[in-house]
Ligand binder design. Structure first.
Ligand code: GUN
Length: 294
């Protein structure tokens, strides 16, 4: 069994990005610049955004954290988005989700200029992904594809079972794994809360993508011997013995499943760091105008 070390791989890729940034700077080019909009005080969102800002520092990007009160109106947030769309120094930006209930996330996502949508959430980027056109891939699926690639995991002809159908992980992952590409050519089954006898479907998988948001959901008896297991879950569970009062666990029962599978991503240190690094890769692409030109 091989542990897919997302932390180590993401460091490696960040070093590669840092070298590229140095080249851009020494050629007199503009420093890539990512902005992150954070609304309110959601603790998980604050951690994610802090990690994104820290990663920008590590690779030599400029970053701007735009913090807004939880009671910001939808109109004000849309104004912020328009401001960032029109700021020529900002190559890409993200609006951290979830947003407070009184704000329509769909409307905010639609307002982001697809050229600066480094999260890949805008329907233009999502549609381009589905059609196999150049686009910003959503960061988590992009990170997973990169892990499969860098660990030389064969996907062609394999049965991939995706657990969860979210817009940001399950659905795009199912599209990416079925496309005609080096990491792709899978036969894909997407499963969700209405799937009948989900364990028997997951048992058929050569590749499992667990993105359902339920701690330890995938148990050893749901996993075929030798399967590749990608755990997207980052669940906080209460733990009085932990300094913070909680610990992070994935959607996969790591201890049991790791004895049966061929590859597994740990939580933490698997998909999470790769997600942030993929955002850095998208920002580099944005600064180079790789997807949409000038
Ligand atoms: N919330 C959870 N994951 C993400 C992400 O990748 N991007 C944004 N903007 N919000 C998120």
């Amino acid at each position: 069994m091989t542990i897919i070390d997302g932390k180590d791989l993401s460091q490696k890729i960040k070093s590669e990005i840092a070298i590229e940034v140095e080249k851009i700077k020494s050629a007199g080019g503009k420093t890539p610049h990512l902005a992150a909009v954070l609304v309110g005080e959601n603790p998980a969102s604050k951690v994610y955004v802090r990690n994104k800002v820290r990663s920008c520092e590590q690779v030599g990007f400029k970053s701007s954290l735009v913090q807004k009160d939880i009671d910001i109106t939808e109109e004000e947030l849309l104004e912020t988005v328009h401001f960032l769309n029109n700021d020529p120094d900002i190559d890409g930006f993200i609006v951290q989700l979830p947003l407070p209930k009184h704000i329509n996330e769909e409307l905010v996502t639609l307002a982001i200029d697809p050229k600066k949508d480094v999260d890949g959430f805008h329907p233009v980027n999502f549609g381009r992904m589905a059609l196999g056109l150049p686009c910003y891939l959503p960061a988590t699926p992009f990170g997973i594809v990169t892990m499969l690639d860098r660990y030389n995991i064969e996907t062609s002809g394999k049965h991939a079972v995706v657990i969860g159908r979210s817009n940001i992980v399950g659905t795009p992952m199912s599209i990416l794994l079925s496309r005609k590409a080096k990491i792709g050519n899978c036969t894909v089954t997407i499963t969700h809360s209405r799937t009948k006898d989900l364990p028997s479907v997951v048992r058929q998988a050569d590749i499992i993508i667990a993105a359902i948001g339920i701690p330890n959901f995938v148990k050893a008896d749901m996993v075929k011997e030798g399967a590749v297991v990608i755990d997207v879950g980052i669940n906080r569970v209460d733990d009085d013995t932990a300094k913070r009062g909680y610990r992070l666990v994935g959607d996969v029962d790591y201890q049991g499943v790791s004895e049966k599978c061929s590859f597994i991503t740990p939580v933490p240190g698997g998909v999470g760091p790769m997600t942030v690094t993929s955002l850095m890769l998208n920002t580099l692409k944005a600064s180079r105008k790789e997807i949409y030109g000038e």
